[in-house]
Design a protein around this ligand. Structure first.
Ligand SMILES: [Zn+2]
Length: 185
């Protein structure tokens, strides 16, 4: 077997994707925020497509099992569950491995409701859940032009993680650099 060149990377990237169908008469939750709308997202748990994609992005970055493996939709325990529970489990795994969230970027694709007016609330809530500043949470919303997905909400997320504490090697390298800089000035 080949020896890993970088067994403990300083950064890790993760990608998450999810989609849910709209259903009449159920509450709509996106990014942990309840939005006023006539329809909500059906399926697994509370159907929060954005939190599910973020959860999978975090798990993916750790090369951990995905949300469906950790919280099987077939398990009645997760029916109607608050998706914050899934996100917290993923975040716990990230932190247990010594990583922290650097930033994330999300794209939501849905015909309605308009996300613009709710974007600040969603970004703030996601930032709060992840323990980062809201300027580390990107959120873009698109309508499904040409996709024929008028009754579906789709979320794509990429997340960047970084090692929580810089290694001795990095520290000494940085110290050396600042010493060289000080010597030059
Ligand atoms: Zn989902």
């Amino acid at each position: 077997m080949l020896k890993a060149i970088n067994p403990r990377p300083l950064t890790r990237i993760g990608h998450g994707f999810d989609s849910h169908e709209f259903r009449e008469g159920i509450p709509l939750k996106l990014g942990g925020v309840s939005l006023p709308h006539t329809k909500g997202l059906g399926g697994h748990s509370d159907g929060d497509v954005l939190l599910h994609a973020i959860t999978d992005a975090l798990l993916g970055a750790m090369a951990a099992p995905d949300i469906g493996a950790l919280f099987p939709p077939s398990d009645p325990k997760w029916k109607g569950a608050d998706s914050v529970v899934f996100l917290r489990e993923a975040l716990n795994r990230v932190r247990a491995s010594g990583y922290t969230v650097c930033n994330l970027d999300a794209s939501l694709i849905l015909a309605a409701p308009r996300i613009g007016p709710h974007a600040p609330a969603i970004r703030n809530r996601v930032a709060e859940l992840l323990g980062v500043n809201s300027d580390c949470v990107g959120l873009k919303a698109k309508t499904p032009e040409g996709l024929n997905l008028e009754n579906t909400a789709v979320a794509h997320v990429v997340v960047l993680l970084q090692k929580e504490i810089t290694s001795k090697k990095t520290r000494s390298k940085n110290t050396r650099k600042s010493e060289q800089k000080a010597a030059r000035s």
